[in-house]
Design a protein around this ligand. Structure first.
Ligand code: EPU
Length: 307
């Protein structure tokens, strides 16, 4: 292999046919928006994830990990370099007086919550309606209905420059929708997480999940979106502020501020990432003018945003 070998050929030689080129990312996001990844690699297990990421670090190739694609806006031009699709889905329950579950980072979080329910294990009910993967939830400290990842996590296993490392919940440096990883204080990827649970009954846990689902259905819109667009500012709610600024139903192209909940931006079909971004800026500007509050994004922009 010479230095002139294209990255994709280098990767194919080591990883085989799982390495694809020019793959549209919209279908891999909850908003159904975004251009192609130059190179797209699927990892089906944590071991594969380690192999792929170690190789990318060694080759010095930039990469982005995609889990459920629920908290990201991928640019129209897509992602230069490599996107690693995390499909590591191993789950192991630990029974006893203090039960817990270890889940690989590509596990769909809502599925995990429902699996806990069917075993009569409580504490993850809040997550049964949260989109995205365990990895995304560990990264962003996902939360709903008074619960959040910081409240459940015992420890996370990361791959860092030093190898596999176990981070306690304290070491994750959690704040509201943030962590050491999201703030870029640590370079690493999430392999798995051990979450603390308690013993309960299948019926009790299921009833709680049904209540949360009903509440979500009544207050949050269906359709393609990124979930909550902005973080709630201290002492207030982004949705309330956007509503009070008269912005619900505002549209740019096919992107709309949901008439049902102001903090959700809906893709009505073939919406460009640029339109969502323009809508974000319009909402931030208007809320600042009318309410004097700076809204901070909860979602992250990924990909090539150069114009
Ligand atoms: N409100 C309005 N108008 C609106 C929307 C909301 O006045 O258009 C008011 C509501 O009446 C309520 C308050 O704002 O008094 C808060 O709204 P809501 O109860 O819907 O909760 P939220 O703060 O908007 C948060 C999380 C959601 C999570 C729900 C349920 C954030 C940014 N969002 O929403 O998480 O599902 O609580 O617990 O923290 C996500 O992070 O992607 C997400 C969906």
């Amino acid at each position: 292999m010479t230095l002139m070998t294209a990255p994709v050929d280098l990767l194919r030689a080591r990883l085989g046919d799982t390495v694809k080129e020019n793959v549209p990312l919209a279908p891999y996001t909850s908003a159904r928006i975004g251009g192609p990844a130059d190179i797209f690699i699927t990892a089906d297990t944590a071991a594969e994830l380690i192999r792929v990421v170690s190789l990318l670090w060694k080759l010095g190739l930039p990469f982005t990990i995609l889990g459920g694609g629920s908290n990201v806006l991928v640019s129209d031009k897509g992602v230069r370099g490599v996107v690693v699709m995390n499909r590591a889905k191993g789950v192991k329950f630990h029974a006893g007086d203090q039960p817990s579950v270890t889940a690989e980072s590509g596990v769909v979080f809502s599925n995990l919550a429902n699996r806990c329910a069917s075993r009569g294990l409580t504490d993850l009910e809040w997550a049964a309606t949260v989109p995205g993967t365990v990895g995304g939830a560990v990264y962003g400290n996902a939360g709903a209905f008074g619960g959040d990842m910081a409240g459940n996590l015992i420890s996370a296993e990361l791959l860092t420059g030093k190898g596999r490392e176990r981070f306690s919940v304290e070491q994750m440096g959690y704040g509201y929708r943030t962590s050491v990883l999201k703030r870029g204080e640590i370079k690493g990827i999430i392999l798995s997480a051990e979450l603390g649970l308690h013993n309960s009954t299948k019926d009790d846990v299921t009833v709680k999940i049904q209540q949360f689902s009903a509440h979500r259905k009544a207050t949050q819109p269906p359709g393609a979106s990124m979930g909550s667009m902005f973080k709630n500012p201290p002492g207030d709610y982004a949705g309330r502020l956007i509503d009070a600024s008269g912005l619900k139903g505002t549209r740019i192209g096919n992107a709309e501020v949901s008439p049902m909940h102001g903090n959700f931006f809906i893709n009505h079909g073939n919406t460009r990432a640029a339109d969502i971004r323009a809508l974000i800026e319009k909402v931030q500007k208007t809320v600042k003018e009318k309410q004097g509050v700076d809204l901070e994004l909860e979602i992250e922009f990924i990909g090539d945003w150069n114009v």
